[in-house]
Design a binder for this molecule. Sequence first.
Ligand code: HEC
Ligand code: HEC
Length: 406
Amino acid sequence: MRTPAPLAAGMDCVRFWLGIAMVVALPTTLTVFPPALADDVRGLAAHPPGMEKTHVAPADTPWIRADTAEPIRETADGSSGTAAQEAVSASTPGPEGVDGDFAIRVPDSPGSDEPLRPIPADMGTDPEKVALGRALFHDPRLSRDNTTACVSCHDLGSGGDDGRRVSVGVEGRLGSINAPTVFNVGLQFKQFWDGRANTLQQQIDGPVQSPVELGTLWPDVIEKLYSHESYPGRFQALYPDGISRENAKDALAEFMKSLTTPHSPFDRWLEGEEDAIGALEKRGYALFKHYGCSSCHQGANVGGNMFQVFGVLNDYFRKRGDITEADLGRYNVTGNPEDRHSFKVPSLRMAALTAPYLHDGSAETLRDAVDAMFEYQLGREAPDEDKEAIVAFIESLAGESRELDP
Ligand code: HEC
Ligand code: HEC
């Protein structure tokens, strides 16, 4: 299995693009858990070091070093371009140490080879299973004391997360990490910040049995579901063996797979609707590519397809202090020192709605998160106008779902 790296060389419209083709060459080896462990929650909580090996780009990965950024000094057609193009050329200095005029082209329409892709309109999910999964997702019977449901921390109406720095589970217990949105999770290569679950089915054991989330055990859940008026019939209609842990997980996973957010303004633009986004968002997208954000946040989910160290160019954790186990990220799964502070690159699809940001919830606004990316991932500064345009672009990535606006 390989992670599709949808970037390809030769982006005619954006010739300044950093040596992003390197990403294509990034070998991402995924190893499937042995079946016995895949089904074992304790296995999910703590895989023996070295069990899983996933390549992580070394800290000095050349494609994000500022000194490899090769600016282009003219627009693609040699002219000054549209008003939006001029706005960018006026405000974007070249990378440090590069003199002379520096312009980036902001095309009105996308090129043939963009690093981002539209979200598929149809995930091919089974409507009956989705409906059952939806009921389970909202059902507090999945928690030990019948107080908490998946939706308590993944509020679909407001972006699919809980708006907290870290989550609060049964009996008010505080979690250790920021809750990501569940929207578009079916498009990710792995689940959780540290990627410890390979599939959505596998991921579900985490919250159900975690003492700081739902804090229960499957046999108790199944007993409660059996004594419910409609679950036995609904399960039986879909699964010959009725209610079981596997079937409940299957329905929940099917529901989550259905939680995509297609038709965002940005996607409509990608698909040819020129006015779906304005000049500011177009400029933001051009800058997002120009600064190399899309070397990590890419594909249909604008993220969710690779691991990267947080603090590639500046040591975030030394600066913040109080390093927790959760801060170790992927290292907790692999035990490989290169994976310290490495996380699944989060999807930016619903970022407009899911403050606060970063795995520790330390960035209160989208602007704060973008500032952190410039400081720690890119090791450079950028003018305010550029960062504001990038924020506007990120906001245009949020699409539609009937769950968002039921
Ligand atoms: C107490 C709050 C809480 C509850 C309840 C909860 N979650 Fe989560 N969820 C989280 C947190 C926090 C994370 C991130 C954990 C991590 O990455 O280590 C998460 C991660 C996830 C992810 C992975 C998202 C990603 O981008 O990697 C999925 C999918 C998910 N939860 C689905 C569910 C489902 C399904 C349920 C119900 C069975 C559920 N959650 C219940 C807080 C919660
Ligand atoms: C080297 C890879 C890399 C690059 C380059 C990069 N990011 Fe990130 N980004 C990450 C990782 C990893 C995280 C998660 C860090 C964490 O939470 O510890 C992240 C988190 C974010 C978040 C927070 C998302 C959330 O839901 O918490 C935003 C917003 C973001 N990046 C935007 C950008 C922008 C804008 C740029 C370019 C200026 C950029 N990123 C460049 C890897 C990268």
